[in-house]
Design a protein around this ligand. Structure first.
Ligand SMILES: Nc1ncnc2c1ncn2[C@@H]1O[C@H](COP(=O)(O)OP(=O)(O)OP(=O)(O)O)[C@@H](O)[C@H]1O
Ligand SMILES: [Mg+2]
Length: 254
């Protein structure tokens, strides 16, 4: 890894002057923990602009998933200090659905199976909900026309959206289904929590293709343990999270 910046040194990610900007996800001195008072995030600061890819790596239990969940507003966690700002809007106190409408998306490390909820209906409703109310709603046919090529890029049969959400999906299918949602929802900022864990090489390539074929600038926060995904998705910045803090930031793994 080259050009490492130690925590505390002046850098793009760590500056004492904070400017609230559009087209940016800003995580400002974020402290958070459980409702029971266990502190997990101990001052995370990070700035991601649209079009940038940031990878987060680090040991098990460092707080990577907690950061992802706190960014999306998981109710099990409490922010005790700092804030999260998306496109100049402070979302720290918002509910997950409000955050989604502000342009955030989270692909889970462990996607849950939701029996009885049809994947396609769920996704079409989600797309229609986060759109500006003035934008025409996607009809089932328009939705299908949009989903089909994305499903194909991911190596899915389009029948996947006829099933219950994640119900009986293989581990790899669950991860790819998260990317299908990302591709349809087109967020300004996507957080992907280990999209590569448990994937074989083909699935990894499919995920890389689907993400790289998104034709608009979005910011990506990619949490991973493995360098192999970085062959398909190339980050401009890599951060190491240990014990709830970014301890190192660099510009690549080379
Ligand atoms: N809801 C919770 N209640 C209690 N402890 C929690 C909770 N959520 C996270 N933790 C703890 O916080 C620490 C960080 O967990 P987290 O899942 O964020 O780590 P991680 O960096 O994503 O690890 P991994 O690489 O294994 O996915 C762990 O010690 C975990 O047990
Ligand atoms: Mg995790």
């Amino acid at each position: 890894m080259s050009n490492w910046i130690k925590n505390g040194e002046k850098s793009r990610q760590n500056t004492s002057f904070i400017f609230i900007m559009k087209d940016t996800l800003e995580i400002i001195d974020l402290h958070a923990g459980t409702k029971e008072g266990k502190e997990i995030l101990r001052g995370v600061s990070l700035k991601i602009k649209k079009g940038e890819i940031h990878a987060i790596m680090g040991p098990n239990g460092g707080g990577k998933s907690t950061l992802a969940q706190v960014l999306m507003g998981h109710p099990d966690y409490v922010v005790t200090k700092g804030k999260i700002v998306v496109n100049g809007v402070d979302i720290t106190a918002m509910t997950p659905d409000q955050r989604a409408k502000q342009g955030l998306f989270l692909g889970f490390q462990y996607p849950v199976e939701i029996t009885g909820v049809n994947f396609g209906n769920f996704l079409r409703m989600a797309v229609n909900e986060i759109h500006d109310p003035k934008v025409k709603k996607l009809s089932p046919i328009a939705f299908r026309n949009q989903v089909e090529p994305i499903a194909k890029t991911l190596g899915f049969s389009e029948d996947i959206v006829k099933r219950f959400l994640n119900q009986g999906f293989s581990g790899g299918e669950k991860k790819k289904a998260e990317i299908l949602q990302l591709s349809m929802l087109k967020p300004d900022f996507a957080i992907l929590d280990e999209p590569d864990s448990g994937l074989d090489v083909d699935a990894l390539r499919y995920i890389g293709s689907a993400i790289n074929s998104l034709d608009y600038p979005f910011g990506l926060l990619l949490i991973t343990h493995y360098q192999r995904i970085l062959h398909y998705i190339k980050p401009q910045f890599v951060h190491i999270v240990v014990k709830g803090k970014i301890v190192k930031s660099g510009d690549s793994l080379s």
